[in-house]
Design a protein around this ligand. Structure first.
Ligand SMILES: [Fe+2]
Length: 377
């Protein structure tokens, strides 16, 4: 019988130019904002930081900037941001960037209000925040979905555990999705972030503990990704394709917020934590072998049919060919993965990411996951 639990309080604003409304929304939430963004300088170079700070100023909101976020951010980086938030006495946090920036913004929102280190709130340590500062999320990639979900993924350096803070308190109050902010994404990141959104949709659709609502979001997201990934990869300035992909990654975020991810994300997190590669590239390496192993499961067939394909085999072919056409036929051997590392990475997944392994539609043994990883070398 149909059963579902659905909760999502994020106000979603989508459209070209909507980033300029950030001041209006921030002024309803606080008087001083911390803008959390990446360290590479692209947010400054492309003028996004200026647009945000100008809009805040126009609405009487003062601001401070923390631009120390790196790919696969650690809890230390988030805590560094929290020190800035406390020193500057801010009362609203704005995440501007890809998933890393938004996730660090969420962690800062928690620790600035609830105290302690962001590490304590990772689900493997079990502490839940009592409160969090309000968050505004402005994604500049079309992959994460973090702007509409209750997860903040951080790496605990000590254990090399790339896991989440999971709390209803870290849903952004407002997500501003402006497709114009994604047109400057270079081709490799365009492809990698798109694969992340694709993985979110595929995984949430087949997830053991998902529901029909997650599937509805996922199907729509996959259709948009199949129809627009190559266009945006070939011509980054194609605003229509970018908008469709941003829309898809938002839907995929709504889908994983309900169904969560499963085996590909469980195996990928140790990969990017140890190899330092982009999350989407790790997923690209894993998706074909994961779908292939699931071909006899009815759920993959159901998905294929909903997408207008003949069967799960055709879905597999379609994903493999899409990955190829956007340069994402990734072999992890080229990124430093060797056979003798496989046991350690798989052990990490089975220690820290078991909820995602259990959410997989088909049961896998530890040995089987080793083989899947060996397949990616
Ligand atoms: Fe992801």
């Amino acid at each position: 019988m149909l059963e579902a639990k659905i909760y999502n309080p994020v106000k979603i604003v989508f459209g070209v130019g909507c980033v300029r409304e950030v001041g209006k929304y921030a002024s309803r939430l606080g008087r001083k904002a911390l803008i959390v963004t990446t360290s590479g300088g692209s947010m400054r170079k492309h003028g996004f930081l200026d647009i945000v700070s100008k809009s805040l100023e126009e609405h009487g909101v003062r601001c401070a900037i923390f631009d120390g976020v790196k790919t696969n951010p650690t809890t230390e980086i988030a805590d560094e941001g929290t020190r800035v938030a406390l020193r500057e006495n801010v009362d609203v946090i704005i995440g501007l960037g890809g998933g890393s920036a938004i996730d660090v913004a969420k962690a800062i929102a928690v620790t600035a209000a609830s105290g302690g280190s962001s590490k304590e709130y990772l689900y493997i340590y079990g502490k839940q925040p009592g409160k969090a500062l309000p968050i505004i999320a402005i994604p500049t990639t079309h992959g994460t979905g973090s702007e509409v979900d209750r997860y903040a993924v951080l790496t605990d350096e000590e254990r090399k555990a790339k896991v989440s803070i999971v709390s209803d308190l870290i849903y952004p109050r407002v997500a501003l999705l402006d497709p114009k902010l994604t047109v400057t994404l270079p081709p490799r990141l365009t492809a990698a972030t798109t694969v992340d959104a694709l993985a979110h949709s595929l995984e949430a659709y087949v997830a053991r503990y998902g529901n029909r609502m997650a599937q509805i979001y996922a199907v729509e997201a996959i259709k948009e990704i199949f129809g627009n990934a190559v266009k945006a990869y070939a011509n980054g300035k194609n605003l229509e394709a970018r908008a469709r992909l941003l829309w898809a990654s938002m839907l995929a975020g709504l889908a994983i917020n309900i169904g969560r991810t499963c085996l590909p994300h469980a195996l990928e997190h140790p990969i990017s934590a140890f190899l330092g590669i982009h999350h989407g590239e790790g997923l690209a390496a894993l998706l074909p072998t994961w779908i292939k192993r699931g071909l006899k499961e009815k759920i993959f067939n159901n998905l294929a049919v909903e997408l207008g394909l003949k069967d799960a085999d055709e879905l597999y072919e379609k994903v493999v060919s899409l990955l190829k056409s956007i340069g994402m036929n990734v072999r992890l051997g080229e990124h430093g993965l060797t056979e003798d590392m496989v046991e350690k990475l798989v052990g990490n997944a089975w220690t820290y990411l078991t909820p995602l392994i259990e959410n997989n539609p088909y049961k896998v043994s530890r040995e089987e996951t080793c083989k899947m990883l060996l397949n990616t070398i």
